[in-house]
Design a protein around this ligand. Structure first.
Ligand SMILES: NC(=O)c1ccc[n+]([C@@H]2O[C@H](COP(=O)([O-])OP(=O)(O)OC[C@H]3O[C@@H](n4cnc5c(N)ncnc54)[C@H](OP(=O)(O)O)[C@@H]3O)[C@@H](O)[C@H]2O)c1
Length: 275
């Protein structure tokens, strides 16, 4: 039988997950959302025929899974409010809230509950996300499977072996879309300056990124091998790559990723320090 999933917070991410779950045939009567924001509830009602409430009391007693999808700044208040109701019916908690550690969530909920922390990214909003998941030792294999099935509704999932590695996931795929957008911006700007109409530069840039990603995903070859295959000796690609190497792009990008990793660590400390 399908699990009852209660979403706490019915914003962008919750709507994407609900849409994905319904598409994956999760029964609508097993999905519940709690959001005090009237506009958020109206938007949800216009999209889905599921139970939508302004407070948690009524629905939490039926939950098999509670999915925390609020902004980091309000998570403490939300957990403290849920704690007494949660005590009556402990269940699996899934948190997609960026940066907040499992120990903080457990502390605020007032227990030692099974929690899965998820680091999704923005393409999840169109069902093409890449999410890293970490489970605390209280999470059973069955619960891991449940969590994975839920998050898979908005894209690809991977498990990491320590919570700290979620910071690496944040630096890589969490912030990753922005690095790719930045690359695209630069390519479009250069091509426009070199004479192509902007709409054409954009079409070519975006579809090149899409094609390269799809090719790498559908191919057994490693990405460095794919790169070598399109780099003929003395050709245009080689000229461009040599220029990137001479500017030490690898060092630049590695330093950028490390900066994001360290910032994720710092934010986790700041956001959780109110425990
Ligand atoms: N969007 C992404 O691509 C993305 C990527 C990675 C991680 N995340 C994480 O996912 C979480 C949700 O992001 P989002 O983009 O979906 O945020 P969002 O659109 O702002 O949705 C959060 C919703 O929760 C509501 N809320 C506030 N207090 C609440 C309470 N006490 N109980 C229940 N609901 C409450 C908010 O109402 P108000 O607007 O009135 O406060 C809002 O409707 C965040 O923690 C974010 O870090 C998002």
């Amino acid at each position: 039988m399908a699990e009852n999933i209660v979403f706490i917070g019915g914003g962008n991410m919750a709507r994407s997950l609900i849409g994905g779950l319904l598409q994956a045939q999760h029964p609508q009567q097993n999905l519940f959302v709690v959001d005090p924001n009237t506009q958020a509830r109206q938007l949800l009602r216009s999209q889905f025929d599921i139970a939508i409430e302004s407070t948690a009391e009524k629905v939490l007693s039926q939950a098999d899974v509670v999915l925390l999808a609020v902004k980091p700044q309000v998570l403490k208040e939300v957990c403290v409010e849920l704690a007494p109701i949660f005590k009556q019916r402990p269940c699996l908690v899934i948190s997609i809230v960026a940066g907040i550690k499992l120990s903080s969530i457990n502390h605020w909920l007032g227990g030692d509950y099974p929690i899965v922390r998820v680091m999704p990214n923005t393409p999840a909003l169109i069902g093409e996300g890449a999410s890293g998941l970490y489970a605390n030792p209280k999470v059973s294999e069955k619960q891991k499977e449940i969590a994975q099935n839920i998050v898979s509704a908005v894209g690809t999932t991977v498990w990491v072996s320590s919570e700290k590695l979620l910071n690496v996931v944040t630096a890589l795929s969490g912030s990753g879309p922005a690095y790719h957008f930045y690359f695209m911006e630069i390519m479009i700007r250069w091509a426009t300056a070199a004479g192509l109409p902007e709409n054409i530069a954009k079409t070519l840039t975006l579809n090149t990124a899409k094609g390269a990603a799809l090719m790498a995903l559908s191919n057994d070859m490693e990405v460095d091998e794919l790169r070598r295959q399109v780099t003929s000796k003395g050709g245009t690609t080689e000229a461009a790559l040599k220029s990137l190497e001479s500017e030490n792009l690898e060092r630049l990008l590695s330093r950028a990723l490390e900066a994001a990793n360290q910032r994720a660590d710092q934010l986790a400390k700041e956001l959780g320090e109110s425990q």
